[in-house]
Design a protein around this ligand. Structure first.
Ligand code: KG4
Ligand code: ZN
Length: 325
């Protein structure tokens, strides 16, 4: 079975082909350069960029690969309404003229299933942790398609905090990889307080405010590295403590990390330490599959079709779609 995946939920346009569960071709185009000057994603601009990019990307795929496809998988939420709507409209057009089924994919579920692209399969029950620019969520994942959302941020997502602080530091959007790079040269650490919140719910706006206060007192650029390290230790340490709490309360065999921030080595190491202390394994996709991409959408759609799920052309986008409960 060949599934064409389409991703346009935010500022990355992607199209990919998965054949019998194996990624065979992928194209993506990032809008980072376009949004840089605004310091973050501007929804109208994002839609216009997807509009310009989708057809040329599709043409590249068609040139390389002429076999008949069996289905189109498309991200229908959560994400920016205009961007989702464009991707969906494009997907419906392909489904209609190719005469194939369409399947609407949840972007967060796709981040969790990205590990399948590298032939790694979760050991259930596991804890899925999505850390991206728009979401920080913990999901009890007890079988294929069986999810329970148990903890999430009530305000800023971790990636959002990193991007906002990065902007204050003069780092262009998205700031995550540059903040990680800066911290690699740190001689010391400027400590920033961690999250103090009971239960599984999270709030990162307090860390953001505390970090901004600390940052504004920094006199020399030489201290940026120590600050970048302190910021990541605070955010990732807080998330790791929440993960540890879930591990202590639930029978879990593995942790699966996903989302753009999961590319960060400090985060991977911190969660890795928690896993080894509790004799659990950790599964994280390669950095290229942590960031938004269409390959994870195609593999998620493939998995859904195997589970008997598909949609019809009345499918609509859902910009605030929560992962299934
Ligand atoms: O999943 P993603 O590509 O898009 C969303 O669905 O939001 O995540 C983007 C986020 C941005 O906030 C970006 O700064 C962050 O991921 N990010 C990182 C790193 N690479 C990307 N954060 C920390 N360290 C990184 N290496
Ligand atoms: Zn994402």
């Amino acid at each position: 079975m060949i599934v064409l995946g389409i991703e346009t939920s935010c500022d990355d346009t992607g199209i990919a082909l998965v054949k019998d569960g194996i990624l065979i071709y992928e194209v993506r185009s990032t809008q980072e350069e376009v949004h840089k000057k605004f310091g973050g994603v501007v929804p109208e601009v994002a839609s216009r960029e997807h509009f310009k990019t989708l057809l040329p990307l599709y043409d590249i795929i068609k040139e390389k690969f002429s076999e008949h496809i069996d289905a189109v998988a498309v991200t229908v939420g959560p994400g920016l309404p205009g961007s989702l709507s464009l991707g969906l409209c494009f997907a419906k057009t392909i489904a209609l003229y190719e005469g194939v089924k369409i399947v609407g994919v949840n972007h967060l579920e796709a981040h969790l299933l990205a590990c399948l692209l590298e032939n790694r399969y979760p050991k259930f029950p596991c804890l899925g942790v999505i850390v991206s620019g728009g979401h920080t969520e913990m999901i009890l994942w007890s079988g294929w398609g069986v999810y329970k959302r148990i903890g999430w941020t009530v305000d800023d997502a971790i990636g959002e905090v990193i991007d906002k602080i990065g902007r204050e530091m003069g780092i262009s959007y998205p700031a995550g990889s540059e903040i990680e790079r800066l911290s690699q040269g740190a001689k010391g650490e400027i400590k920033i307080s961690k999250l103090k919140m009971e239960g599984y719910m999270m709030s990162f706006s307090g860390i953001k405010t505390a970090a901004l206060r600390v940052f504004r007192k920094i006199a020399s650029k030489e201290d940026y590295s120590a600050f970048a390290l302190g910021l990541q230790n605070s955010l990732f340490g807080s998330l790791s403590s929440k993960i540890e709490r879930v591990i202590e309360d639930h029978q879990i065999k593995e942790i699966v990390l996903g989302g753009g921030v999961a590319a960060n080595k400090i985060l991977r190491d911190k969660v890795g330490e928690v896993c080894s202390e509790h004799s659990l394994s950790l599964m994280v996709p390669s950095p290229k599959f942590c960031a938004d991409n269409a390959a994870m959408v195609a593999i998620c759609g493939y998995d859904m079709i195997l589970r008997g799920i598909s949609d019809d052309l009345s499918l609509d986008y859902r910009s605030d779609w929560k992962i299934k409960i």
